[in-house]
Design a binder for this molecule. Structure first.
Ligand SMILES: Cc1ncc(COP(=O)(O)O)c(C=O)c1O
Length: 383
């Protein structure tokens, strides 16, 4: 048996084989698949902007004006001026000097980290950081030092023993963790960054649009935009579109335009996507209360789960119900699907061994009644 067949057999026997599950459509918080409709608890369209009429209208206008493609990378002839408008908006939204748009969050993290750091540097990364962060660190060649999840004491211990061996050092974390829905002690991380002369990067993929008085994210909420050197985020989650950005200094943006291979060697985002991204930022700036309403809804869901005897983690719109065993997690996801809920089972290697879970994503498509019925159904099924 060849290496690939053996891999597939092992994954399959362990119940860990990842499979694509085609859906016929997704709209208004519902998924249509095989002639049935499901209530969607799996999407990152937290603020229900993906179906917002103004998003569609601006994308359509750009489609009519510019066609379906940017047709070249930004440094060739794909540098439409609407992209610069978007970058100005993002820089203002994130309270930084400048911003640069990337084609996806994955591409942004890999490209930014590998362009800015090299073998003579060291990167202190939260143990639960997203795969794209890890891949960026690997590609950079920098020394990877992983600190225990959300544990500044452990980070301090590691900084004490490693920092002075390296020229440049970066501390990197997510501001809302994608699988755990929790937040880091950002102020403590900032004070360690300052004490040990490091740079600091955050990934606000799951925080942008939701946290902070202006909806900009956790960095805004904690008043730390001046202290965070690199604020990365995506348009594909709460902003209901696609793509990503880095908000930072003008010099960093200029440096990345010249060195970041993921930025240089890739066709720019389609103009319709850029236009939708501009509208998404404007919608949030005009009405940042969407995030607050979402967090209240998520808190109501968390409360109902806790009252029914379940243990839940996190403090955001991402509500993980950790079951532990991968097979039991799959069985619960299947039983919920039978009852009309589309919920993501998350298993190793996406999460550590023994921490398989259902990841409920609360969105503005939901209401309190839906969330209470879901909790009742989970309790009835049991696990
Ligand atoms: C924390 C985090 N960073 C980056 C990404 C990648 O973003 P994108 O989907 O735009 O590639 C994700 C998406 O899953 C994520 O959860």
């Amino acid at each position: 048996m060849g290496e690939i067949e053996l891999f597939l057999k092992k994954r399959s026997e362990g119940g860990l084989l990842r499979m694509l599950r085609p859906i016929a459509g997704r709209k208004d918080g519902r998924i249509r698949s095989k002639e049935r409709e499901y209530l969607d608890f799996s999407s990152n369209d937290y603020l229900a902007l993906a179906g917002h009429p103004m998003m569609a209208a601006s994308a359509r206008q750009a489609l009519d004006a510019f066609g379906t493609s940017a047709s070249a990378s930004r440094l060739m002839s794909g540098d439409l001026d609407i992209c610069h408008r978007l970058e100005e908006k993002v820089a203002h939204f994130k309270n930084k000097e400048a911003a640069l748009v990337f084609n996806s969050g994955y591409q942004a993290n890999v490209g930014i980290i590998s362009a800015l750091y090299s073998r003579s540097d060291c990167i202190f990364s939260d143990r639960l950081n997203h795969a794209s962060i890890l891949d960026g660190i690997k590609l950079s060649g920098a020394e990877l030092v992983r600190f225990n999840h959300n544990d500044p004491e452990h980070l301090k211990f590691l900084l004490e023993s490693h920092r002075q061996k390296f020229k440049k050092a970066l501390i990197i974390t997510e501001t809302v963790f994608s699988m755990d829905g929790d937040r880091p002690p950002l102020k403590e991380l900032v004070s360690l960054k300052e004490r040990y002369d490091c740079e600091f990067m955050v990934d606000e993929a799951h925080a942008t649009g939701i946290f902070g008085p202006g909806g900009s994210g956790v960095v805004e909420e904690e008043g730390l935009s001046a202290q965070v050197d690199f604020i990365m985020g995506t348009f594909g989650k709460a902003l209901g579109s696609f793509g990503a950005y880095l908000a930072s200094s003008k010099n960093i943006v200029e440096y990345l335009v010249n060195t970041c291979r993921g930025f240089i060697y890739s066709t720019a985002l389609p103009p319709s996507t850029i236009a939708a991204n501009i509208t998404a930022v404007e919608l949030i700036q005009k009405d940042p209360s969407r995030g607050k309403i979402l967090l209240e809804l998520a808190s109501c869901f968390r409360g109902a789960l806790t009252s029914s005897g379940f243990t839940v983690k996190g403090a955001s719109q991402i509500v993980p119900l950790v079951i532990g065993d991968a097979a039991k997690t799959m069985a619960l996801a299947d039983a919920l699907q039978e009852r009309g809920y589309w919920v993501l089972p998350v298993r190793p290697p996406t999460v550590p061994q023994g921490q398989a879970r259902l990841r409920f994503s609360v969105t503005l498509h939901h209401n309190e009644d839906m969330l209470r019925s879901l909790v009742d159904d989970i309790a009835k099924i049991g696990f």
